[in-house]
Ligand binder design. Sequence first.
Ligand code: MN
Ligand code: MN
Length: 320
Amino acid sequence: MSAEETTNPQPLGGNEMPRFGGPATFMRLPATHGPADLDVAVVGVPFDIGTSNRPGARFGPRHIRAESVLLRPYNMATRAAPFDSLRVDDVGDVATNPYNLADSVERIVEHYDELLGHDVVPVSIGGDHTIVLPILRAIAGVHGPVGLVHVDAHTDINDAMFGERIAHGTPFRRAVEEGLLDPGRVAQIGVRGTGYAADDFDWSREQGFRVVQIEECWNRSLVPLMDEVTDKVDGGPVYLSFDIDGLDPAFAPGTGTPEIAGLTVPQALEIIRGCRGLDLVGADLVEVAPVYDLTGSTSLVAANLLYEMLCVLPGVEYRD
Ligand code: MN
Ligand code: MN
């Protein structure tokens, strides 16, 4: 099917309305208020009261949408044409509670329960990484425990932060404890930096995760690594969670907990493109804090990575 033949919603072209005009939905897709008849729902989760250092990821969805106006529908590298075969809309934002973390988590679960009741694949724009816990609660409620490809400078498996069990550095420990993940089908890529103890990474390994420290990624293509990672996580539904701080701060300065010597943008593309063929049931891009992003480049990278996620979802057609 081609863009001319499909009745699916298409991103508004730059010859119909200049790219700096009109409402800034994700990729200038139609904005809807409900997921009925959709295959994929792009969802914003403006939430950052789980952050430990610099706040500001609550503004991520708005700025990523703003930078996404430049994106065009066809992937020149992979030949993916996601909007030919998938109905994708921007369904707006979750109404989080800026005064209450626990209530926000409940609100996110309820919102995703409703979306998933319509059999859509949610592609989420964060928001800090706390949001992946309620998203996974809803996902596991439908699909059972899922495999996970997690890109991040941090493993996010702390037991508690300042005594709190739900924060942006704890979601994957909670997800294991709650049975939301299949621990034998989890890979964490790009982790690095200073820690408190070796346990910061070893707890993950003890669960059966494949932990890829950044030193394994430096100065090389990640295509061979992704063959290994996909073998590891395949065998059932898989979730993709991409913390923008997995990238080097040179490419993604607009984030709350930057760590030096991170992934390059081409490596990020290799990781996401390497997920093609997996049974992806959801994906997110989190931790973009635009106030530290003076040129908008972090949000631009994030918008492109979200587009690349759309290009590897099940059911995407690839043009000859
Ligand atoms: Mn994270
Ligand atoms: Mn991180």
